[in-house]
Write a protein that binds this ligand. Structure first.
Ligand code: KG4
Ligand code: ZN
Length: 341
């Protein structure tokens, strides 16, 4: 095997166009172009997302190669997100990756986006530990909320998941009720740090041991705000920080309760978080607490590997490459794909 393996990763599953070059397990570049176009619509507009990917993909890949200081002829393989995600968005990355792999005559590697969020923990970074198998990962994003048992790089088992909304949606929809722009999760996090977590209370949903439900919470928040605004039209403005802190506290309590159940049920104390919502300061704080007081060993990704990025696709591609798990050129994008597929 060659000493230096260069993999180009391409991510285009939702509204971020990203390209990354890694050498073995080290990230040389990770370029992400966010699509501002969606914020005024309060959510991702699929048609606009695929058009923006089409515009961004060539310059983003070029930039990733420039920052990595390598020539495209040095690449060993092209890894791309096969799914899950928005079909129109996935098709842009899939077609581009196929053409480039064919043009360079190098292997094409199809990556599952949900596996990639988890495998981001294996990127080699200073001062970070990689989890040993088996470990548990709470994958929390705008489209998914699940607790996964990871037995090996590509052997993953869903222990529990949401039966309705994803946790990122709970953050974003709550933010929308408060009149905040999309995506509201980071803003709720920012304002929550200035408020009182116990100011308002929202009841937690009752679902199976390791499953989640967030649609009831969203409705409870909506009714609560409507009622309070009737009494005081300035209620949101006057209490924004406390409302955000209370919503965030409730959501993170739900997540931590489920993680505790998973640790109890499996006896596995190596616990990771992944996905866009793992950027949240409260969940990060609570995991550090669990490490200190409950005997867990926790794995918290660097901020740049939490929300959608191509470095996680490239590292997944690396593990597939060294195991000869190449894709055929007839491979197609898949809007729906489970973490164990
Ligand atoms: O993983 P991701 O970038 O895209 C999907 O695959 O869905 O996750 C995006 C989600 C959005 O819902 C966004 O509001 C949420 O992650 N998010 C956060 C924070 N940063 C991003 N939610 C809460 N607190 C944050 N700091
Ligand atoms: Zn994602």
């Amino acid at each position: 095997m060659k000493n230096s393996i260069y993999i180009l990763g391409i991510e285009s599953s939702c509204d971020d166009t990203s390209a990354s070059v890694i050498c073995n397990k080290k990230v040389l570049s990770n370029v992400v172009a966010n699509q501002e176009v969606h914020s005024k619509y309060g959510g991702v507009v699929p048609e606009l997302a695929s058009r923006a990917h089409q515009q961004n993909i060539v310059p983003v890949v070029q930039q990733a190669l420039i920052e990595a200081k390598i020539n495209k002829n040095q690449l060993n393989a092209i890894a791309f997100t096969k799914g899950p995600g928005l079909m129109g968005s996935l098709l842009v990355g899939t077609s581009f990756a196929k053409s480039l792999a064919l043009g360079l005559n190098i292997p094409l590697i199809a990556v599952n986006h949900m596996q990639a969020h988890i495998l981001a923990h294996f990127i080699k970074e200073e001062n970070t530990n990689t989890p040993p198998f088996p470990f548990i990962c709470l994958t929390i994003s705008g489209g998914h909320t699940q607790i996964v048992r990871i037995n090996d790089y590509f052997d993953m088992e869903i222990l529990g998941e949401t039966i309705d909304d994803a946790v990122g949606e709970a953050f974003d929809k709550s933010a929308k009720i408060l009149g905040l722009p999309y995506p509201g999760g980071p803003l709720i996090d920012k304002y929550a740090q200035l408020g009182n977590q116990k100011a308002f209370s929202f009841s937690k949903p009752k679902v199976g041991d390791l499953d989640f439900s967030f649609s009831g919470l969203k409705t409870a928040i909506l009714y609560f705000i409507q009622k309070k605004e009737k009494e005081n039209p300035n209620f949101i403005k006057e209490n924004l920080y406390d409302i955000c802190a209370s919503i965030q506290y409730t959501i993170v309590e739900i997540l931590i309760d489920k993680l505790k159940n998973a640790v109890k049920k499996t006896g596995i104390t190596h616990v990771a978080i992944a996905g866009g919502v793992s950027a949240n300061s409260e969940i990060r704080k609570r995991l550090l607490y669990a490490q200190k007081h409950w005997g867990w060993t926790t794995y918290i990704p660097k901020f740049e590997y939490t929300t959608d990025n191509a470095a996680m696709i490239a590292i997944s591609g690396y593990f597939k490459y060294i195991n000869d798990l190449h894709a055929d050129v007839s491979v197609t994008a898949q809007a729906r794909l489970k973490v164990n597929e």
